[in-house]
Design a protein around this ligand. Structure first.
Ligand code: PLP
Length: 367
């Protein structure tokens, strides 16, 4: 018998996550120099890593033969101090994706349900499948989470609700009032995960850390992959109510956050200048694309994050044809949005090149 008949069915049933196409692979396939490729497919920071983080990581390399601080004391203390929570509320992850996995590991089983929005970050569905749980998808009219409908979907079997705020790939967010109304309806057997991977890009961010301080069963997920420019290092964190944090600490591997990443993250969190520069270039990028799409009559979803979803009437084709010219965007068919692509904000030069290449592959009638 084939080996997959002996493997865990939930794993075999999984459609693996499709990441943005790497620059190195694209350069190889096109016979181009990697420096000629523009990758705006994974919501990375176009300014690169925080310079302070680079310096701290170089220093940390000297100690690479020593196991990391498994308790992550320095980084967790710094996070707790910045966010006015206790050390015990903070859990480190190998990217915030690992915090998603730890939550699912801890709370899902084949009888449990996970609720998320129809166009939510796809990893929630992958993880629900991995643990054999029921994935409950709630419609999000206008690409905005409908929290009232999500609260209506809660059953005695619900264990997790994921709210990506702002959401990827839609770039939309829900505000304080809707969140408070939602939380007032959530029973104690449900853990609410607020995925705030793009939180630092917001001008008027809602406060969900207050639910942690109130001792509600919640986890607030943040990452150094986006605004801090450390996607390659794989470091993220959860700010959880103590009960939830204790469970996640048991579910994780002993040294899940590596020492180089911990050192980089610690410095990056302190690098307010890099964060501000990134926010500025991001605002500029969003304004540039929104104006360009409006001029071309292209439907787009106004975004508060560092990417934008645009209807190009054939996302797979536009992705392939732009790729031939060395610009990597993200096709959205895995999100059941076959007409759309998602474009991450680049430097002004990258944005301009991306738009020119997009123009060259759009049907003439659309331009
Ligand atoms: C990018 C992203 C993450 C973060 O991933 P890391 O594992 O921290 O790199 C988490 N959630 C959403 C919605 C994202 O878009």
């Amino acid at each position: 018998m084939a080996i997959d008949s002996y493997a865990n069915r939930f794993v075999c049933d999984l459609h693996a996550y499709e990441p943005g196409k790497p620059i190195s692979e694209t350069a190889r396939e096109l016979g181009l120099d990697p420096s000629q490729i523009v990758k705006v497919a994974s919501n990375e920071n176009p300014l690169g890593p925080s310079p302070l983080a680079k310096e701290a990581m170089r220093a940390a390399l000297e100690e690479a033969h020593i196991y990391p601080d498994g308790g992550g004391w320095k980084l967790r203390s710094a996070i707790a101090g910045r966010l006015d929570v206790d050390l015990a509320n903070v859990v480190l992850g190998n990217g915030s994706n690992e915090i998603i996995e730890l939550l699912c590991h801890s709370f899902l089983n084949p009888r449990a349900e996970l609720i998320a929005a129809e166009h939510a970050f796809v990893v929630y569905k992958l993880m629900a499948t991995l643990f054999g749980a029921k994935y409950v998808e709630v419609p999000d009219p206008g690409f905005v989470h409908d929290l009232d409908a999500m609260a209506d979907a809660i059953t005695p079997d619900t264990r997790l609700v994921f709210i990506a705020n702002p959401n990827n790939p839609t770039g939309t967010m829900v505000g304080q009032e809707a969140l408070d109304r939602f939380m007032a309806r959530v029973p104690d057997h449900v853990v609410v995960a607020f995925d705030e991977a793009y939180h630092e890009f917001l001008d008027d961010a809602p406060d969900v850390l207050k639910y942690v301080r109130e001792g509600r069963n919640v986890a607030v997920l943040r990452t150094c992959s986006k605004i801090h420019g450390l996607a390659a290092l794989r470091i993220g964190y959860g700010i959880c109510s103590k009960g939830v944090a204790e469970i996640l600490q048991k579910a994780r591997q002993p040294f899940n956050a590596n020492a180089i990443a911990q050192a980089g993250a610690l410095a990056a969190l302190e690098d307010g200048e890099h964060v501000e520069k990134t926010r500025a270039i991001n605002r500029e990028g969003l304004a540039f694309y929104e104006k360009a799409f409006a001029e071309r009559g292209l439907e787009y979803v106004p975004s508060v994050a560092n990417f934008i979803l645009v209807n190009v009437r054939g996302g797979d084709r536009v992705f392939r044809e732009m790729l031939q010219q060395g610009v990597i965007v993200r096709a959205m068919s895995s999100y059941k949005l076959p007409d759309w692509v998602r474009i991450s904000m680049g430097t002004p030069a990258q944005n301009l090149r991306c738009l020119q290449v997009l123009d060259s592959v759009l049907p003439v009638a659309a331009v």
